[in-house]
Ligand binder design. Structure first.
Ligand SMILES: C[S@@+](CC[C@H](N)C(=O)[O-])C[C@H]1O[C@@H](n2cnc3c(N)ncnc32)[C@H](O)[C@@H]1O
Length: 341
């Protein structure tokens, strides 16, 4: 993954080959800039996007900017639709700096490295689709006590700490993007719940073979309906024979009494993960110390730990790998990103 610092000397070289795209963070995730940067870099990885460390508009809250090769700009929306933390994208026009576009500049001068530009909306995610996909509205199927399959909308679990099921769309997408979806052919969610991650993985790329596990048999029809090869069972014990996955992506149950099961599940899945697999886990801040110890004992590297504040609850997202090469590549970009505020 690449990053650059632009100067008045090198700006023209870049503008000849690249378009500048400014991404605006969703209001609900406006404080998670570093995570949003990593998500955009991972999601647009096949397009060789480049993070601009000192980009234009960086003085406006919630903006990050990237170079994208001009020949890739027309396919970019196919990737931008999959992002979780950013939802509006702007194209900077250095050839027509006086074009009017309706973008509210709040008297900010549109000049970057002595080059004037204008700005126009390039792509906006569909709000209607976001609402349809959100846990409050999403269509799901559950197994009733009478053994009948029921259609439900906005299924959010049984309200217990272990059974809470409502991963927001932006977080589910972000977790999948951090696992580099362009490289995933098979993935597993060992704590699948009502399928926030399964659903988004299939939305992003229906060709990804998605597997899931959950102890609660109520969820089986819904997860199968979303296109997962679903297993009712305990992830600490489940047997996938000689199957291997390119990614493990999950939101674990946040309760402390689930820690043993979570660690045993990671130990169990270690043998089913290929050497270049990416493991992306959302956990509670209180669980971090124990899960980190387990990950270290498995000789996995933690490439990116992020702390997110979700409605007052401390949440941590970790991205792990078994590969020294992937770790070194990710460490380089993370060292840069962690200094961007
Ligand atoms: C936080 S929820 C996952 C929510 C999910 N990300 C969603 O979008 O709905 C955690 C899930 O783990 C399941 N679970 C708990 N212990 C488990 C175990 N040992 N093996 C498999 N699933 C387990 C619970 O039944 C619950 O559905």
């Amino acid at each position: 993954m690449k990053y650059v610092s632009v100067t008045t000397e090198n700006i023209d070289e870049y503008l000849e080959k690249y378009d500048v795209i400014a991404c605006s963070l969703r209001n609900s995730r406006i404080k998670a800039k570093q995570l949003a940067i990593m998500e955009v870099l991972c999601c647009t990885y096949p397009l060789k996007s480049i993070l601009i460390m000192n980009g234009p508009l960086s003085n406006i809250k919630g903006f990050i900017s990237f170079f994208i090769l001009k020949e890739y700009t027309n396919v970019l929306p196919e990737f931008l639709k999959n992002l979780g933390y950013c939802d509006e994208f702007f194209l900077l026009d250095f050839d027509n700096p006086h074009s009017k576009s309706g973008f509210k500049t709040n008297n900010i001068k549109l000049i970057w490295k002595k080059r004037k530009f204008s700005i126009r909306l390039f792509y906006e995610q569909s709000r209607k689709l976001y609402r349809k996909q959100s846990p409050h509205n999403r269509h799901f199927k559950i197994m009733g006590y009478d053994g009948e399959i029921k259609d439900v909308y906005g299924y959010r679990g049984d309200g217990t700490e272990r059974g809470r099921r409502a991963l927001p769309v932006e977080d589910a997408r972000c977790l999948i993007n951090l696992a580099l979806p362009s490289k995933i052919r098979t993935m597993v969610d060992p704590f699948a719940g009502a399928g926030g991650i399964v659903y988004q993985a299939k939305y992003m790329d229906k060709n990804i073979e998605v597997f899931s596990v959950d102890t609660d048999k109520t969820l089986e029809p819904g997860l199968t309906h979303y296109g997962s090869k679903h297993y009712v069972g305990n992830s600490a014990l489940i047997n996938f024979d000689d199957y291997t996955f390119d990614a493990l992506i999950t939101e674990v149950p946040f309760s402390l009494d689930a820690l043993d099961d979570i660690c045993n599940a990671l130990i169990n899945f270690d043998k089913y993960l290929c050497d270049s697999a990416r493991i992306v886990i959302m956990l509670s801040k209180e669980q971090f110390r124990v899960i980190k110890k387990c990950v270290m004992a498995l000789n996995w590297y933690i490439t990116m730990p992020f702390v997110v504040n979700r409605k007052g609850t401390g949440i941590v997202i970790i991205v792990c790998t078994k590969s020294t090469q992937i770790y070194n590549e990710m460490k380089e970009i993370m060292d840069v990103v962690k200094n961007i505020y």
